[in-house]
Design a protein around this ligand. Structure first.
Ligand SMILES: CCCCCCCCCCCCCCCCCCCCCCCC(=O)SCCNC(=O)CCNC(=O)[C@H](O)C(C)(C)COP(=O)(O)OP(=O)(O)OC[C@H]1O[C@@H](n2cnc3c(N)ncnc32)[C@H](O)[C@@H]1OP(=O)(O)O
Ligand SMILES: NC(=O)C1=CN([C@@H]2O[C@H](COP(=O)(O)OP(=O)(O)OC[C@H]3O[C@@H](n4cnc5c(N)ncnc54)[C@H](OP(=O)(O)O)[C@@H]3O)[C@@H](O)[C@H]2O)C=CC1
Length: 515
């Protein structure tokens, strides 16, 4: 019997960010392994014209939750959506709901965050710092609370190259930043943002670091732990391999490469691709919840959920496997034949951006215009290049994360718990994982049916023929222009033609002699 699963039976759990990528997998696993869990409160905001109930209904009816319904048929009764906006004071939670949360919650998993790299500092501070502070305040009024688990990121200290499982202070105290957000206007915030984030690449990593400081400074007597995942990818094993539902991290780029938009990307091929499957992060998080509540460590423990130091994979190996899988299982209606490569310096990156990204987009837009349609490819390509520029930092640096606490926790688990809540990344077979990831992107993100593979292959053959035709035509045009204008080109041309003629004559003569 799993001790961890038994621990969560009859517990009331509060999850923020439950509608997000990580939150959904966390909820799924909790229900599947602890069907006798009392209730999961989720703080949800109405979004895209959907009510809370509609949002929950959509999640429960997704493929991700199919297995849960078998072991926990009344799962819909155990999810209690609470209307909340983490950007509002007291999260805009009604008095009755707040009362229930304060009196019943046993465990909190705080996953909500803005993960956008281009978020305005005010917005990122609001959600990643102030909301964390408010949640801690709420937690301090919960008499039954046993553990508060905060999800941060392994990149919160990406300005360092070796990162231990400790909290590194930022130069300006979070309280000062929070106060300044109240009276500074947006233009001044824009001006000071680069100075505040310093050598971090964006407001996201900076505010996640501030969030950790808030957890350290304002957790009082609470039992708190922090989980720091690296780049969270599709599921490895559970509830089934390859599940993914958003474009963050590598998923968007896998699509861009598979559809033939992405032809080159600036990357350091041998740098560690520190990907971590979402189900591995979730298993660790659930185990951390149990350990923190049961063992009550004296200080706040930080757990790195990373792969690099135990089972490293580099970007080269990952890129090759992505391309190999796409060749086997192509995506539908590709723009060009998938064939991406890594560049290693700014000059070649700019060159390939012009030649392989923008030029084909301009040509395609020209074709769209000629056929009376609205041009759109250049706009799309520029957007992709902007996205790539924001991700580039993470594929051109390497980090070393120590994982002592995570390994300690693994050793504390019973063999049964190690099996049910497996977060031992050493067992991960990268090639198999990446293949399933690409397949998952095709099935769950692009919603493409595998029955369409022969048609997709046919389309790629057509693209290859167009490619050859286009290149031959281009070569002939350029050559014709050169011959018309340059004596040297004419001389080379006559030399090649006479050489070919002589070669053919010699070949003919020798074959006649043999006969
Ligand atoms: C030798 C062999 C070589 C072979 C090469 C083969 C290459 C194959 C690919 C290999 C993979 C390489 C992967 C590298 C991945 C590196 C990822 C690093 C991530 C570091 C994570 C840090 C960990 C964290 O803690 S954070 C969580 C992760 N957060 C994110 O990833 C957020 C990133 N996204 C953003 O910040 C924004 O979306 C932004 C700024 C990129 C774009 O904002 P904008 O307002 O312009 O647009 P959106 O409205 O958000 O979206 C517009 C448009 O773009 C699509 N899109 C969004 N995100 C991505 C994405 N990551 N990749 C691609 N496309 C994306 C989005 O869907 C929209 O499309 P529409 O069609 O317009 O709807
Ligand atoms: N994905 C990754 O690669 C990594 C993620 N992490 C961390 O993991 C955690 C989860 O990330 P992930 O699941 O990928 O992110 P998502 O963007 O998928 O999910 C974010 C969640 O936060 C919720 N949220 C955002 N703003 C508000 C608000 N104002 N009020 C209520 N809820 C809000 C979203 O709700 P809604 O659905 O309404 O938008 C959503 O449920 C984050 O803390 C992130 O920093 C760490 C490392 C890597």
């Amino acid at each position: 019997m799993s001790m961890i699963a038994a621990f969560y039976s009859n517990k009331s759990v509060l999850i923020t960010g439950a509608t997000g990528f990580l939150g959904k997998v966390l909820m799924e696993k909790l229900f599947r392994t602890s069907p006798h869990l009392k209730v999961i409160y989720i703080l949800v905001r109405p979004k895209s014209g959907q009510t809370l109930q509609e949002r929950v209904f959509q999640i429960l009816n997704s493929k991700l939750f199919e297995k849960v319904k078998e072991v926990c048929p009344n799962v819909h009764e155990k999810i209690r959506p609470i209307s909340a906006d983490l950007n509002q004071r007291d999260f805009a939670i009604s008095k009755e709901d707040m009362q229930e949360l304060l009196s019943c919650t046993n465990i909190i998993f705080h996953c909500a965050a803005t993960v956008r790299f281009d978020a305005h500092l005010r917005e990122a501070v609001q959600l990643n710092v102030i909301a964390t502070q408010q949640l801690l305040l709420m937690a301090s009024q919960m008499p039954k609370l046993e553990a508060f688990i905060h999800i941060s990121t392994a990149f919160s200290n990406c300005n360092l190259s070796h990162i231990d499982e400790v909290i590194y202070p930022c130069p300006v105290e979070p309280r000062k930043i929070i106060d300044s957000m109240e009276w500074l206007d947006d233009s001044i915030i824009d001006e000071i943002t680069p100075k505040l984030i310093g050598d971090r690449p964006n407001t996201y990593t900076y505010t996640k670091a501030l969030g950790e400081m808030v957890v350290q400074q304002e957790s009082g007597n609470l039992n708190v732990a922090i989980v720091r995942p690296s780049i969270v990818g599709a599921t490895w094993q559970e509830p089934f391999p390859g599940w993914v539902d958003n474009l963050n991290g590598p998923s968007g780029l896998i699509i861009a490469a598979g559809k033939g938009f992405l032809r080159s990307i600036k990357a350091t091929p041998m740098a560690v691709a520190d990907l971590i499957p979402v189900d591995t992060v979730v298993n660790l998080t659930i185990a951390v919840g149990w350990y923190t509540a049961v063992h009550r460590p004296k200080s706040t423990l930080i757990y790195h959920s990373t792969s690099g130091n135990l089972n490293p994979c580099n970007w080269y190996k990952m890129g090759l496997q992505v391309l190999a899988t796409i060749e086997k299982i192509p995506f539908e209606s590709a723009f060009r034949r998938p064939n991406a490569d890594f560049t290693t310096n700014n000059f070649t990156t700019q060159y390939w951006n012009a030649v392989s990204h923008r030029a084909p987009a301009i040509i395609y837009d020209f074709y769209l215009r000629l056929t009376g349609r609205k041009p759109r490819m250049l706009k799309l390509m520029n957007r992709l290049l902007r996205t790539i520029s924001m991700l580039e930092y993470f594929i051109n640096h390497s980090w070393e994360w120590s994982t002592n606490n995570t390994e300690m926790l693994l050793s504390e688990l019973s063999p049964e718990d190690q099996r049910v809540f497996n977060f031992d990344v050493r067992q991960l077979n990268w090639l198999e994982y990446i293949e399933n990831y690409v397949l998952g992107v095709k099935k769950y993100l692009l919603k493409e049916d595998l029955a369409g593979i022969p048609k997709a292959k046919q389309h790629l053959k057509r693209l290859r023929n167009i490619h050859y035709l286009f290149n031959t035509a281009l070569f002939l045009i350029v050559w014709r222009l050169l011959i018309a204008r340059s004596q040297m080109a004419r001389n080379i041309w006559f030399f090649i033609v006479s050489f070919c003629y002589k070669f053919i004559s010699y070949f003919r003569a020798s074959s006649t002699l043999k006969v």
